[in-house]
Design a protein. Structure first.
Length: 86
């Protein structure tokens, strides 16, 4: 799991690295990592600039569209993403 966290953290810190990633999300063993990786790839495909701020705004918009998502669950996910950066 530490290797997966390192990969995601590196991508989040250096957004351009996602262009070099050609493997599918299913290569990650942890479901949360698959979802984060796929979200990063989707975000990168839909915008010309990818960085941590654009991803966090994307993450926030997902939460806003899914009003049924509890705030605690959203915050836990947000904090997990921040933890990947460290």
């Amino acid at each position: 799991m530490e290797a997966e966290q390192s990969i995601l953290g590196a991508i989040l810190n250096e957004g351009d690295l996602i262009q070099d990633c050609t493997f599918p999300a299913e290569y990650f063993g942890k479901r949360e990592h698959q979802l984060i990786y796929q979200a990063i790839k989707n975000r990168r495909a839909s915008c010309t600039i990818f960085n941590m701020l654009s991803f966090l705004l994307f993450f926030q918009n997902i939460r806003a569209k899914r009003k049924q998502t509890p705030v605690a669950l959203y915050l836990r996910g947000f904090l997990y993403i921040i933890d990947l950066l460290t």
